[in-house]
Ligand binder design. Structure first.
Ligand SMILES: Nc1ncnc2c1ncn2[C@@H]1O[C@H](COP(=O)(O)OP(=O)(O)OP(=O)(O)O)[C@@H](O)[C@H]1O
Ligand SMILES: [Mg+2]
Length: 296
């Protein structure tokens, strides 16, 4: 393990000397995660991505669910190759990138054998170093994480400026969302954490759920989380999913679209971190996770 950490340190040094001029133009890397599954992450990522794309940003969506990826389905894209091919070393990230609507590109996950779902350290390292290269050319990277808090999710959160945590008002989803924040905090990661409450009956309900999460975080972890907003339970979302089409495009006047637009605007209006030294930071955060993992 010491050898692996040493290898990463040398990557940091090598990279920072090689990329002196163009340090990467991803203005932001945003991970979307949840404690509980099925709370609406993928729908949020795809639809926020399209809204951002329509606003003129260049978006890459990274579907990190290597077991049961479905971002491509929601965008009606048919990937021939996926991230699994990249991890196996058969394809380059550029060859896997799919063009979606409105300036949105997708790096599709895959549907593969269980042994490939959790990356080993070498695969993580390879994927991460390839992503750093994409970093030079694109604008906003939106990461659709799988549910829960595996090493892979920690790795992607460690690589992000922002963590958008999605939950529903269900008590189990709220508890699991807090669980994620706790683990992230324990690992010393400091992304800006914000919360979206999805499938609420009314907006007041979402605010109450947010307050509860924020209070617990303040009390036990001494950190605050930001409220991005809530999305009401809206059948238009399900109808769009059935049509394999993003709801913001199919139902532009629906409540879900309106509220997703507000959430996206709020997320975009957050202060952007300077791109300077971003990659170095990206590597250092990764190293933190790596070392923590190898101790335990
Ligand atoms: N605001 C909403 N109103 C009604 N239904 C919704 C809403 N948001 C999501 N859904 C429904 O919830 C289901 C799960 O959504 P989605 O696949 O985006 O969740 P997920 O968090 O990505 O799931 P997983 O953890 O399996 O990746 C979908 O069938 C979708 O139709
Ligand atoms: Mg999903």
């Amino acid at each position: 393990m010491v050898d692996q950490a040493e290898r990463l340190r040398s990557i940091i040094q090598e990279r920072s000397s090689r990329q002196i001029v163009d340090k990467g133009r991803f203005s932001r890397i945003i991970a979307v995660a949840s404690g509980k599954g099925g709370v609406g992450k993928t729908n949020l990522v795809v639809n926020m991505g399209i809204i951002m794309g329509k606003l003129g940003h260049k978006i890459v969506i990274l579907d990190t669910d290597l077991g049961m990826a479905n971002t491509d389905i929601l965008m009606d894209l048919k990937p021939v190759y996926t991230l699994v091919d990249v991890i196996q070393g058969n394809k380059d990230l550029k060859e896997v990138l799919l063009k979606g609507p409105h300036n949105v590109e997708l790096l599709p996950g895959g549907s593969c054998l269980p042994e490939l779902i959790n990356l080993d350290n070498q695969q993580r390292e390879q994927l991460f170093s390839r992503l750093s290269y994409l970093d030079q050319e694109e604008n906003i990277l939106l990461i659709d994480c799988s549910a829960g808090i595996s090493r892979d999710v920690l790795f992607f959160v460690a690589s992000s400026d922002d963590l958008v945590l999605v939950t529903t008002p269900e008590p189990t989803a709220i508890t699991d969302a807090y669980g994620i924040i706790k683990v992230i905090n324990k690992h010393g990661l400091k992304p800006k954490i914000s919360v979206v409450i999805n499938m609420v009956h009314h907006l007041k309900e979402g605010e109450v759920v947010y307050q509860r999460i924020n209070n617990v975080c303040r009390k036990f972890l001494d950190i605050g989380v930001k409220y991005l907003g809530s999305i009401e339970y809206d059948q238009h979302v399900q109808r769009a999913v059935l049509n394999c089409y993003p709801y913001v495009l199919q139902f532009p006047r629906s409540r879900a679209t309106l509220l997703t637009r507000e959430i996206t605007r709020r997320l975009l209006s957050e202060e952007e971190k300077p791109a300077k030294k971003k990659e170095e930071k990206f590597l250092r955060r990764f190293l933190t996770i790596w070392n923590t993992g190898s101790e335990g």
